[in-house]
Write a protein that binds this ligand. Structure first.
Ligand code: 13P
Length: 255
């Protein structure tokens, strides 16, 4: 079965609820009920409600940018999977490189969160990617191997149905430097091989692997043409409706 392309916008720490209302409205009005590609917007927690209101009735889905691995209780400042579910959220970005580097998230933490997300019925978008120094030291595959095995430990093949991986080379995030399609494809194919080793070939063939890192309307077509690139996780270009919708259009053409 072909993998439906996903175009996901990671708004990071941008957009107040009022700003999110207008961006989500523009996106939802344009997408309407168009189901391919699958479009996900990930506003900050404080704008989830505003965005949910605007996309209601459209095919646009709501994602969060992080969550706790704990179910409930005395964890000041944290947000649980159940809270996200009850806020119309169906996907959650986990282990983004900014969370790994600024907030100390390890593969073990990402793994707990991933399991909690799956158990709650959320689609986890698990991020992996090497830094520039790791790439220059020829450690890209070693790093990705450790991140994939660590972040996806103790998950069963049947639990991978809604699992999404995002390959985001750290050196390409917000820098305007994009991996070439061939460079990205090489790592995506490697990730799929790793998934096959963990979960078996049929499950690995079903997992969507998104590329993230300075994906823009002018480089998206070439990236999405690659066999194992099943969509994009977009930062900067997801903050303006015009750019994001152009990326959705690239996803439609590649479908
Ligand atoms: P940019 O598209 O701004 O490089 O960000 C990518 C990213 O980190 C998405 O999660």
């Amino acid at each position: 079965m072909p993998r439906t392309i996903i175009i996901a916008g990671n708004w990071k720490m941008n957009k107040t609820p009022s700003e999110a209302t207008s961006l989500a409205r523009d996106i939802a009005q344009n997408i309407g009920k168009q189901a391919v590609p699958s479009v996900v917007i990930c506003p900050p927690f404080t704008a989830l409600h505003a965005a949910a209101t605007q996309i209601a009735g459209s095919a646009v889905r709501l994602g969060a940018q992080n969550m706790s691995d704990k179910a409930s209780g005395a964890y000041t400042g944290e947000i649980s999977a159940a809270m996200l579910r009850d806020s119309q959220v169906s996907a959650v970005i986990l282990g983004h490189s900014e969370r790994r580097s600024y907030y100390g998230e390890t593969d073990a933490i990402v793994n707990k969160k991933t399991i909690a997300a799956i158990e709650a019925g959320l689609s986890p978008i698990v991020c992996v990617g090497e830094t520039l120094s790791e790439r220059e030291a020829n450690k890209t595959f070693e790093v990705i191997h450790a991140q994939i095995c660590g972040s996806l430990a103790n998950i069963q093949p049947v639990q991978t149905e809604n699992l999404v991986i995002a390959y985001e080379p750290v050196w390409a995030i917000g820098t305007g430097k994009t991996a070439t399609p061939a460079m990205a494809q090489e790592v995506h194919a490697f990730i799929r091989k790793e998934l096959a080793a963990l979960f078996g070939e049929p499950a690995a063939q079903g997992v969507r692997i998104l590329y993230g890192g300075s994906m823009k309307p002018d480089n998206a077509d070439a990236l999405l043409a690659e066999l194992d690139i099943d969509g994009g996780l977009i930062g900067g270009a997801a903050l303006a409706a015009k750019d994001f919708l152009a990326l959705v259009e690239s996803g439609r053409k590649a479908s």
